[in-house]
Design a protein around this ligand. Structure first.
Ligand code: ADP
Ligand code: MG
Length: 489
């Protein structure tokens, strides 16, 4: 079936639609703090006016492989721990200030002994649709696998609900008569519920007495995206699980440890789960590095279940994603995997090359200079703004000693379709071509020593979009927006 075009509305109708969108968003918490905010004034999160078309079968493929990917990463950090540690050790030589600090904190915690083998992963695998004309259904290709502090689980269900509301009220129909999209074309993902369920399940595995216990949210000071986190806190409370928020810098003064158990000092509520909503970039440790790194070790060395453990966080390295493009490695990690599942998993990777002394590395070094326009160069960093794109790659590599190139991976660029959707940001309506990135969430509770999986779930999806003219798409950073899918085909 052909893709429906975006609704065509008159100026008056569009103005009315924007007002509805803003009121609904403010009434239902689809909000963020603006830059330089005051505590009492939130703003509507940047959002698309219409859901963005997404091929249904490509979407289904991404959902279908999520649990296998959860399992793959669990096996990596448990069964192949020594191998992973080796890789992390060599990567930390290149990036001493960050990967090096994470790795050092991990080894120091190991030396103190594992206090809690159970570990929770709230993962998000990000994708784009690639080269729509090349295959049917279009291929869906991985951007990256995130293992720490994945955001937008709280806000995204609200985007789906917002678009469903605008559709139901007839606001997308220029005769105000009927929904523009059919039932099932604009699904709502209950991510907030699923992520809260994951956290609550981990808490329940730790202790069956919920009185005097909490989940700890470790957050950035002055977080603009705090409502995303608050929605999870409120869902948790529905499940009778309370939570407590601290920043990394204040963790050691507001928390206390007794016989390896972690408590909120003031109330002596025991912390069952430590849920990180920061810690993925050097900026999160910058205001007081000594206190921040010390707190990371302090929390790691307790019986609370960590989401994630340091080694799980490290497994989200782009280098690991590059290594996983080898089917032999995937088979080694998942010996029982069927040929079909292996095919499906492998089909989500674009070519990713190391830039080292291996034969693949030699090929990559040539490609980086002969056809840089087809590639993005990525360091072992998270959180946006770190990648080097296209024609900037040769010059960037030349500015480094060739030995340092091994810290980077060279990834084929995905070529997603563009859509002329509209983005609402600060009351302005922008009409420009956008491209979209789908994120599939997974929750997995596992025993880090035994490699045993206690719970594995695909937890829902999100869509983020950005102007196709910008290389990166951070929503809080100001280039992107939250979106939802119109599934077609
Ligand atoms: P970070 O860890 O900083 O989020 P990502 O790997 O997610 O790094 O890259 C940041 C952004 O760059 C992505 O959200 C996407 O918009 C773009 N990007 C990354 N890899 C590719 C790729 N292979 N093809 C096209 N765009 C990409
Ligand atoms: Mg990313």
């Amino acid at each position: 079936m052909a893709i429906k075009p975006f609704p065509e509305l008159s100026e008056v109708q569009q103005d009315a639609l924007v007002t509805r969108l803003q009121h609904w968003s403010l009434a239902n918490g689809l909000v963020m703090y603006p830059p330089a905010f005051e505590a009492a004034s939130a703003a509507v999160a940047p959002v698309t006016l219409f859901p963005t078309p997404f091929p249904r079968r490509s979407f289904k493929t991404a959902v279908a492989v999520q649990k296998t990917f959860n399992e793959l990463y669990v096996k990596l950090v448990t069964l192949e721990k020594l191998w992973l540690v080796d890789i992390m050790q060599s990567l930390s030589q290149f990036d001493r200030d960050f990967t090096g600090k994470l790795f050092e904190t991990y080894t120091r915690a190991q030396a103190l002994g594992c206090k809690q083998p159970l570990s929770l992963g709230l993962f998000r695998l990000d994708y784009m649709v690639n080269d729509v004309a090349a295959s049917d259904p279009p291929a869906i290709k991985q951007i990256e696998f995130n293992t720490v502090s994945v955001s937008f689980g709280g806000l995204l269900p609200r985007v789906g609900q917002l678009h469903a509301y605008l559709n139901q009220t007839g606001s997308y129909d220029n005769k105000y008569l009927s929904p523009y999209y059919d039932d099932g074309e604009v699904p709502v993902s209950l991510l907030d519920v699923a992520l809260a369920r994951g956290l609550a399940l981990a808490a329940a595995h730790y202790s069956d007495t919920p009185a005097k216990t909490v989940v700890l949210f470790v957050v950035q000071p002055g977080e603009r995206n705090c409502f995303d986190q608050r929605h999870l806190e409120y869902e948790l409370l529905r499940l009778k699980v309370r939570s407590f928020r601290v920043t990394l810098e204040e963790a050691e003064s507001l928390l206390t440890v007794n016989q390896d158990k972690l408590y909120v000092a003031q109330t002596m509520d025991e912390v069952l789960v430590v849920y990180y909503r920061l810690g993925y970039s050097p900026a999160d440790y910058a205001s007081d590095p000594a206190a921040a790194w010390s707190a990371r070790l302090f929390l790691e060395n307790t019986t609370a279940i960590k989401c994630p453990l340091l080694l799980t966080q490290l497994s989200g390295a782009k280098k690991v994603q590059q290594l996983l493009t080898q089917p032999e490695l995937v088979q080694r990690l998942l010996p029982g995997i069927s040929a079909l599942d292996l095919d499906r998993i492998m089909s989500t990777f674009v070519k990713i090359y190391p830039l080292d002394l291996s034969p693949q590395g030699q090929v990559a070094k040539r490609l980086a200079f002969s056809e840089p326009e087809n590639f993005v160069l990525k360091p072992q960093r998270e959180g946006g703004g770190n990648n080097i794109y296209k024609k900037n790659i040769p010059q960037f590599l030349q500015s480094l000693d060739e030995l340092e190139w091994g810290a980077y991976i060279l990834m084929e660029l995905i070529n997603p379709p563009k859509f002329a959707n509209k983005i609402i940001r600060n009351s302005e309506v922008y009409t420009e071509d956008i491209i979209s990135e789908l994120g599939i969430f997974g929750t997995v509770l596992f025993n880090e020593e035994l490699g045993q999986i206690l719970h594995n779930e695909d937890a829902g999806f999100l869509l983020r979009s950005k102007f196709s003219s910008s290389n990166e798409g951070g929503v809080a950073a100001g280039f992107g927006c939250v979106d939802s899918v119109y599934l077609h085909g």
